[in-house]
Design a protein around this ligand. Structure first.
Ligand SMILES: [Fe+2]
Length: 377
């Protein structure tokens, strides 16, 4: 039996998608009979129309709320603990995360510590599953990229400054409201980085060893949409159609990688975010063109299918198209551009190389990885 003969797929989140769907929050709170909720967000979003609209809709219900607005990019575990304390003191029954990936990841981790008396760093390090379900989560993304609103991952920063990932089915949001209108005010650089994160999710999930026919279906469609719309959304943030399409691309890629995980490209990306503060999506995309060429060997058919989704014929052409997209959205295409020096090659190799649980379609040695990184310098 091949892996394609027997596979499973899981989705725990009820998704509301569409322009104007933010108002669905009232319906959710009423149907779930939520009396008290903690809203987790960043400072910059708190003063925007998005939060005003959200609060207006919550006020139409009987739900009482408190706002925790201390989320920052690359959220630290300590911030999650703080959010969790506020939520517990308020006797929250639900956590609502609104914002980019950092806000949603903070909401998810804090929901976990509301119901589990654990040290997050400790359970992540030792791969200990959560005992209890997290507080139920409503996730409302304001960027199109992370798909954190439907998955089991919460990417955090440890006290030592390392990227660590809480992976647990118990933190999957119960509801996701994906309203493309919320992404219209997303700055250009964030639009670019989030869009490239979407492309990385779709490609990595598609070639992942855990891919199945359903995840592939979502990912191929995601790639086609990003190929057509990311540059347009970047050029004109007010292009609602482009925003809607990129929200869709992000969700579809999420429906893929939520079930397959990502591969080497994501693992490597963390080294660049840790050391150079590079945005997650840019940190992933920078490895993609070379990985596309590397992974072709032994996976000809898969790479051809991915290339075709981008309107190309093979891995070489696909790599060129990816570079073109990256240039068109002003993303860095070399490690020097982000300030890396020759000595950093070894850092990236050592920190980014994963010995076990490899999900990449082609096995790679440290020597081969070093060669790839040199090419990206
Ligand atoms: Fe990602």
């Amino acid at each position: 039996m091949t892996k394609d003969d027997f596979w499973g797929y899981s989705l725990k989140t009820k998704i509301f998608f569409g322009t104007g769907s933010l108002k669905k929050i009232g319906e959710i709170l009423k149907s779930e009979n939520v009396k008290r909720i903690t809203i987790v967000c960043g400072k910059s979003i708190e003063k925007t129309d998005i939060i005003r609209k959200l609060i207006k809709n919550i006020k139409k219900t009987k739900t009482k709320y408190v706002i925790f607005n201390k989320v920052e990019p690359n959220p630290k575990v300590t911030i999650c603990v703080e959010a969790s304390k506020i939520a517990r003191e308020f006797n929250s029954e639900y956590i609502l995360g609104i914002g980019g990936g950092s806000a949603l990841d903070t909401a998810k981790a804090s929901a976990a510590t509301c119901t589990n008396n654990v040290d997050l760093e400790d359970i992540i390090k030792n791969n200990i599953p959560l005992k209890n379900e997290a507080l139920p989560i409503i996730a409302i993304p304001t960027t199109s990229g992370t798909a954190s609103e439907i998955n089991k991952f919460s990417v955090l920063t440890s006290s030592a400054g390392k990227k660590i990932v809480l992976r647990d089915e118990k933190i999957i949001p119960k509801f996701a409201i994906i309203d493309p209108m919320l992404t219209v005010s997303c700055p250009k650089r964030t639009t670019a980085a989030a869009g490239l994160d979407t492309i990385s999710h779709a490609i990595e999930s598609y070639w992942s060893k855990k891919a199945n026919p359903l995840t592939k279906l979502f990912c191929i469609e995601s790639m086609k949409i990003s190929n057509k719309w990311l540059e347009k959304a970047y050029k004109d943030g007010g292009n609602i159609k482009a925003r809607e399409e990129m929200s869709k691309a992000s969700l579809y890629a999420g429906l893929g990688f939520s079930n397959t995980g990502t591969t080497d490209v994501h693992k490597l990306s963390y080294t660049l975010t840790e050391k150079f503060g590079l945005e997650h999506g840019f940190a992933c995309a920078i490895f993609l063109p070379e990985y596309v060429k590397f992974n072709e060997k032994g996976n000809n058919k898969t790479l051809k299918e991915i290339a075709q989704a981008f309107g190309e014929r093979n891995a070489k052409e696909l790599a060129k198209r990816l570079m073109q997209i990256m240039r068109n959205v002003n993303a860095p295409t070399s490690l020097r551009e982000i300030g890396a020096k020759e000595k950093d090659v070894e850092f990236i190799v050592n920190e980014g190389y994963s010995e076990n649980k490899r999900n990449n379609p082609r096995n790679i040695t440290k020597k081969q990885l070093r060669e790839i990184i040199r090419k990206i310098m």
